[in-house]
Design a protein around this ligand. Structure first.
Ligand code: MN
Length: 285
């Protein structure tokens, strides 16, 4: 099943290039007063909502997905978790770059741990990216994103798949500079998720997916998720060792080599086989 959020917080079931408005199922979500329970309510209640989504979609009018504004499919991730330096060839290029962010001593993910991006940075592909600093380099980082379905702590790799709800695409946008990652990667619009949330049953193995990112049609990043240093189960094990995971948390699994600058006016296209394709426009902030 592929679900998107579109226009004014409508919930859509995506079939091919059509989106069926199934927002009526949201009435079945539990009503809450403060404090809200942790997690994203749609993801937390997905098993219960799923048959109703199928039922409503059968009679819901379809619209071309190109005619709607696609927002982040996960509306309220409790955490947006980032994985630094999680592809070997990205580690190699970062070392060669000797950039201001890292110096010469770039290491891999196990050295840096994880980082968190602000929830306020979250947008969907239809909203685009606004560059925060007019005079600095902004980089695209195309990534596979895992959406947690069942929370937990100290989740062993062998049981990681029990905790996955599904997947989507992500752009972990970054501005270069001296500041911490959590600053440079949390500017408004710097966490793009989309185009749809794909339930895990649609993807037999997240560790064999081709990923390609193009800017204005030119290929910049091209890899396969088999080259992840920490694969999806290991990332869940690693993250849940220190962060209690909740339904709707997202883990951006890291970017491959080919990280390069974008500027206002560019169009970023990210495609991961079986997960989807999204186009994201870059504008001046
Ligand atoms: Mn990243």
């Amino acid at each position: 099943m592929r679900l998107c959020r579109f226009d004014n917080d409508r919930l859509g079931l995506v079939r091919g290039d059509a989106v069926h408005d199934v927002s009526a199922v949201l009435e079945a979500l539990p009503a809450h007063r403060w404090p809200f329970p942790p997690g994203d309510p749609v993801i937390a209640n997905l098993d219960r909502l799923r048959p109703e989504i199928e039922r409503i979609a059968a009679s819901a009018p379809a619209r071309p997905i190109a005619s709607v504004i696609v927002k982040s499919p996960i509306a309220n991730p409790g955490k947006i978790i980032g994985a630094p330096v999680n592809y070997q060839k990205h580690l190699d290029e970062s070392r060669a770059d000797r950039g201001i962010n890292f110096g010469n001593e770039v290491k891999e993910i196990g050295y840096y741990g994880l980082f968190l991006k602000a929830g306020s940075a979250l947008v969907g592909p239809g909203e685009g990216v606004a560059t925060g600093f007019p005079d600095r380099r902004h980089d695209h980082e195309g990534e596979l994103v895992v959406v947690i379905g069942k929370g937990g702590k100290n989740i062993p790799k062998a049981r990681a798949f029990d905790h996955i709800a599904g997947y989507c695409l992500g752009l972990d946008m970054t501005v270069r500079g001296t500041e911490d990652r959590s600053f440079r990667k949390s500017l408004d619009t710097y966490a793009v998720l989309g185009p749809a949330f794909v339930t895990k049953d649609e993807i037999a193995d997240p560790g064999v997916l081709d990923l390609e990112l193009r800017v204005n049609g030119e290929v910049r990043q091209k890899t396969n998720t088999r080259y992840l240093i920490y694969d999806v189960p290991r990332l869940i094990e690693y993250a849940s060792t220190w962060y209690r995971l909740e339904a709707g948390d997202v883990i951006m699994t890291g970017t491959p080599e080919g990280v390069a600058p974008v500027k206002p006016g560019d169009t970023i296209t990210l495609e991961i086989k079986k997960v989807g394709r999204m186009e994201v426009k870059v504008r001046a902030g």
